[in-house]
Design a protein around this ligand. Structure first.
Ligand SMILES: Cc1cc2nc3c(=O)[nH]c(=O)nc-3n(C[C@H](O)[C@H](O)[C@H](O)COP(=O)(O)OP(=O)(O)OC[C@H]3O[C@@H](n4cnc5c(N)ncnc54)[C@H](O)[C@@H]3O)c2cc1C
Length: 437
């Protein structure tokens, strides 16, 4: 039995007697557990344990599926603002015509029906952590444990005057969906003599090799069409698979692509398409500017980010929020720099979701949680014909209280190959299937 005090009801206006709608009750025939208070409306909750998951991307969808696979008796409620999740992984392939967007568009209802997950399409808007109630545009949801996997949001540099209109003109396409197709159209319209200006984000950002894969695919397009590419990187160097991307820049694209590290963009003349930087001005015909990043807005809304920080604070061993009990944050939104050497990747979101799912099942069963041990495999394209990869194993280090790279357990191939491209395609299909099907 769980008690909600009058104070908590008064504090949360959304919880008035008339508007109270607990999503977990939908379709519930038998209720055995009651959240009761003196003279207060009774919130019924399904029998057994309820895990609510906010965000149905790589982290959230995997957590929902694996919770059900590990213990079908747990009530799992998955909430996302969209009915379908469009995968960011493989979205570069869509932009450059190597996959269709339908191949990376994952219907969440289908996943839910297959595994007995309750799916709600709703905007998550707030949290009453004390009473374990998540607020959404479709009503309030009670939980025993909450998993939040909201992804990233853009940290626009205010000096660059990126108004909403400007954001539409210059898509980042770093959150897949409409902008992926918009950039694809812009790529289709590249002509001979054009100059593509591609600004990569400053670390920490989603998918460390992603910008360099996109740079290569711009290079590939420029070669085909007689255009040029200027890559403006605020980082001091290529941030992932460096020798392999460097080789591609210096061989395949040596005549069409120029890479500038340590770039600071100081202004954009939107009408003339001039990007002003600390290393001079660059004029282009197509600008793809990927802003710096921070945790998904939802992490801030729910109070999971410490003041002055950009990412959600979690305990390195359990992924439980250090700010709100019984709330677990996974995926790109976590403060990776503090708790782990793992990258912000779909594979890591998928792998850590499994760690959290298994540990919640163990905790409900009165067992000790396990210590994280996760792998990351990531393929990238260096052209429309050849691919490369990186593979790393990460484990929890008690002394450092951090998830670190296991000694010697990481590597990249000697060179790009057609075989790597084929394997990468299969890897992509497998992770989509493991996460969303
Ligand atoms: C170009 C590119 C290429 C990439 N390639 C790879 C790759 O090859 N391999 C790899 O492993 N990773 C890759 N990634 C990274 C990968 O896509 C991310 O790391 C992964 O999506 C992170 O998962 P997540 O669950 O944290 O966030 P997401 O997958 O983004 O999921 C977040 C979900 O939360 C929902 N949401 C957010 N706020 C709310 C709210 N308020 N209410 C309701 N719902 C909400 C969103 O709708 C979304 O569905 C790539 C990324 C990009 C941009």
């Amino acid at each position: 039995m769980k008690k909600l005090s009058r104070r908590h009801f008064v504090k949360n206006t959304a919880l008035s007697a008339t508007s109270l709608s607990i999503l977990g009750m939908a379709g519930c025939k038998k209720t055995t557990e009651k959240i009761n208070t003196d003279n207060q409306p009774t919130i019924n909750k399904k029998a057994g344990h309820t895990v609510v998951i906010a965000g149905g991307g790589y982290g959230g969808a995997t957590a929902a599926k694996y919770l059900k696979l590990l213990n079908p008796a747990i009530n799992v409620i998955l909430i996302d603002r969209n009915a379908e999740h469009v995968s960011c992984a493989m979205s570069n392939e869509v932009i450059f015509g190597l996959r269709d967007i339908s191949e990376i568009t994952m219907p969440l209802k289908k996943l839910a029906e297959k595994y007995g997950i309750e799916f709600k399409q709703a905007e998550v808007t707030g949290l009453d952590g004390e009473n374990k109630i998540l607020k959404t545009s479709a009503g309030d949801v009670a939980y025993d444990k909450l998993i939040v996997s909201p992804g990233i949001s853009m940290d626009y540099d205010t000096a660059l005057d990126f108004t909403t209109e400007r954001q539409k003109e210059i898509p980042h396409a770093w959150i897949a969906g409409a902008q992926t197709l918009q950039l694809k159209d812009m790529v289709n319209n590249i002509n001979a003599g054009d100059t593509i200006i591609f600004r990569t984000p400053l670390a920490l950002y989603r998918c460390p090799p992603g910008p360099y894969e996109r740079a290569c695919l711009f290079g590939n397009e420029a070669l085909k069409k007689g255009a040029k590419v200027i890559v403006l990187d605020p980082n001091p160097q290529i941030m992932s698979k460096k020798p392999l991307f460097e080789k591609a820049f210096n061989t395949l694209y040596k005549d069409v692509l120029t890479y500038y590290p340590n770039i600071e963009v100081t202004g954009i003349d939107y009408d003339k398409k001039i990007v002003k930087t600390n290393q001079g001005d660059f004029q282009g015909t197509l600008i793809n500017f990927v802003p710096d990043q921070k945790a998904g807005e939802l992490a801030f809304t729910l109070g999971l980010v410490e003041p002055g920080k950009k990412w959600a604070s979690v305990d390195a061993k359990s992924f439980e929020s250090t700010l709100i009990k019984d709330v677990y944050v996974i995926g790109d939104a976590i403060d990776t720099a503090t708790v782990t050497e793992m990258p912000k990747s779909g594979t890591i979101a998928n792998a850590t979701a499994k760690v959290v799912a298994e540990n919640l099942v163990r905790i409900f069963a009165g067992k000790e949680p396990k210590v994280p041990l996760v792998g990351n495999t990531c393929y990238s394209l260096v052209s429309d014909k050849e691919g490369i990869w990186i593979a790393t194993l990460y484990e929890y280090d008690e002394a450092k209280n951090k998830i670190v790279t296991r000694n010697g357990a990481n590597g990249i191939p000697k060179e790009a190959s057609v075989e790597n491209k084929i394997n990468g395609h299969s890897w992509g299909n497998n992770i989509l299937s493991d996460t969303f099907m």
